[in-house]
Design a protein around this ligand. Structure first.
Ligand code: GTP
Ligand code: MG
Length: 346
């Protein structure tokens, strides 16, 4: 039932705001940039940047900061799925890309995997952000199976690259989205993902910034996310009869095929109305963490929100989970070009 709320929120595009610690959210490639565009329309108040090799796509976005890379190579027409070329053009532009990410406490890198830009340029941006000592959280989506094996293979390779350079990689699966929202148009379905991504970012930032019922400070956050590895998000929202109902609904909505038992960390965020008790918060948290590792790093944040008078919302990032998406084979590294292809701020 929780998904009904998320879908409604996505469709009504209600505004959400974050502020305080310095957060940059960078969308890379077609899917990543679309996410940034939609985050901008729903009003996510942090620095939003769209990076692409496709000039036409970039021009059509309503995003405050747009950056095109590899124009000399692609003539602004995208990479046609060539991830190694994506890496090459990004490495040739490390200085300006570094300037893009520097100065942030947290950098979120968003990419839809399967193509050349998100998968090729994205990990280089994550790597540069890591060099600035920011906490780097990449949020990636896996392509639809129907798009064919090449895209899927690309996505697995890209996921592995993201994993190597990010503190945490949150993996969402478009195929799950199809199961959860079979009857809404694809564009709206992507919007559901984007509202969820916005919610994750907002929760993470607000938990640290805003005095809450139960606070998580920046060092708590980094304790879970520094070595988060591959992660997933659980989401539940509803007028639950009991804490157990909230737990069942939340655990029912994984956006990735994961084995929870191996999880090494959990960042649980609970929002409820003025009547929400500490006992409810802890019972929900206990239920969610019941099957993860005993030594897992668990941080709980809770906030009272008047709009949740009879409702509870639970968003959980489970870190260090095992996923079947990570490719077994060693990765072929992209060759580095000697020329410099400077990105241009549009
Ligand atoms: N989440 C999300 N995924 C999308 C969206 N549009 C496309 N996709 C998915 O993203 C995958 C990668 O496509 P793009 O993002 O267009 O690829 P790219 O990174 O721009 O790479 P090139 O076009 O090869 O330069 C596709 O295979 C789709 O599964 C979107 O708006 N949101
Ligand atoms: Mg593209």
């Amino acid at each position: 039932m929780g998904w009904d709320y998320l879908i409604k929120e996505a469709i009504s595009e209600s505004p959400t705001y974050v502020g305080g610690i310095n957060v940059k959210v960078i969308g890379v490639g077609g899917g990543g940039c679309n996410s940034i565009h939609r985050l901008n329309t729903i009003g996510l108040n942090s620095e939003l940047i769209a990076v692409n090799t496709d000039e036409v796509q970039l021009r059509n976005l309503d995003v405050p900061k747009k950056v095109i890379v590899g124009k000399d190579v692609t003539h602004g027409r995208g990479l046609g799925g060539n991830m190694n070329l994506g890496e090459t053009v990004a490495r040739s532009a490390t200085e300006p890309l570094y300037r893009l990410v520097e100065g942030a406490d947290i950098v979120f890198v968003l990419a839809a995997l399967g193509g050349g830009t998100g998968g090729g340029v994205g990990p280089v941006i994550a790597e540069l952000a890591r060099e600035t000592r920011a906490l780097v959280v990449s949020i990636v989506t896996m392509p639809f199976k129907a798009e064919g094996p090449r895209r899927w293979q690309n996505a697995q390779t890209a996921l592995e690259r993201f994993r190597k350079v990010s503190n945490t990689v949150i993996v969402l699966d478009n195929n799950r989205l199809l199961e959860l929202t079979p009857n809404i148009p694809v564009r709206k379905a992507f919007m559901v993902m984007d509202v969820l991504v916005g919610d994750i970012i907002k929760n993470v930032v607000e938990t640290v910034n805003t005095p809450s019922f139960i606070n998580i400070d920046y060092s708590d956050l980094t304790a879970v996310m520094r070595r988060g590895g591959t992660s997933t998000v659980l989401y539940g929202e509803g007028e639950y009869f009991s804490a157990e109902d909230a737990v069942i609904d939340t655990l029912n909505n994984p956006l990735m095929d994961v084995d929870y038992r191996g999880a090494t960390g959990a960042l649980i965020h609970i929002t409820g109305g003025p009547n929400m008790t500490l006992r409810t918060v802890y019972r929900i948290s206990e239920g969610i963490t019941a099957n993860i590792r005993d030594d897992a790093e668990v941080k709980i944040g809770a906030r009272i929100d008047e709009r949740y008078r009879n409702k509870i919302k639970v968003t959980t990032i489970l870190t260090g989970v095992h996923t079947p998406f990570v490719a077994e084979q060693n990765l072929a590294e992209g060759s580095m070009g000697a020329e410099t292809y400077l990105p241009m701020i549009l």
